[in-house]
Design a protein around this ligand. Sequence first.
Ligand code: CA
Ligand code: ZN
Length: 301
Amino acid sequence: MTQKLSSQHLFYAFSAKLEPAMRVDQGQEFTLETLDCFSGQIKNQDDLLDRLDWDNVNPATGPVYINGAKPGDILGIDILNITIGKDSRVVVAPGEGVPGSLISSMETVILQHKDNVLDFRGMAEIPVNPMVGVIGVAPREREIPNGTPEKHGGNMDCKVITKGCRVYFEVEVEGALMGCGDLHAAQGDGEIGVSGAETSGEVLLKTSVYPRLKGLPTPFLETQDMVATVYSAKTADEAVTGAVNNMVMFLTRFLQISENHAAMLMSMAGDLRFCQVVDPLKTVRFEFPKKVLPALDALHS
Ligand code: CA
Ligand code: ZN
């Protein structure tokens, strides 16, 4: 039977000091049951952002100790499946999100999940794309609150992190101490209003260390069709530069393509996209399609 960790095993900051809540072998499938980013505090439309206990937001389930994962290793985490809860919630508030100056009152909308759409007040149907907002590993020295995205992962709010995606992190402490939470039933690139369709659920995962990928600029994503660098920084400009430069470094180091040619290929065939621009740091990704460079398919073999 698949090992499963219930959502009673929560943490609010990625840290080397946390006690492992579960230990798994590499290649072994396991399930993490997660709460939504408000820890279930927003149940109906009368629950507005000002009622929140802010000490209880962005819970992640874990941490999970990956047997054999050592500092400096590149850990790949496969998102094998995501099961979302029965409803989700989206919020706005004055001053929050990109259009915060145009928002005059707080509002919460609860969306029921039916089949593969979210019903928005009977006026719109949004396709479901279950994704993981918070996922990461423990940093060596500091404690990083789950609401912040950084090199260790955290609140990247990246809609590509869905079923079939592999997320790579550089391990910083023995066992990696990974965790995840903050599922979204749907979210657009940018998450401009400050929240996605926030929901609880379960994530089926599998992890492995990839010795050939030592030195990979992480966080790094791989799907069936593309690879992507992910970079978080104080400003969107800095995040753009970080994500682009990391892809250039990846292509030069792992595919022996010159910087000049990497820049040319990326300029013609790659896509720069926002993950989110509403968290303490902004997160940008640079996607490069596998079909343009067949060598990418053999990346980790
Ligand atoms: Ca989030
Ligand atoms: Zn969220």
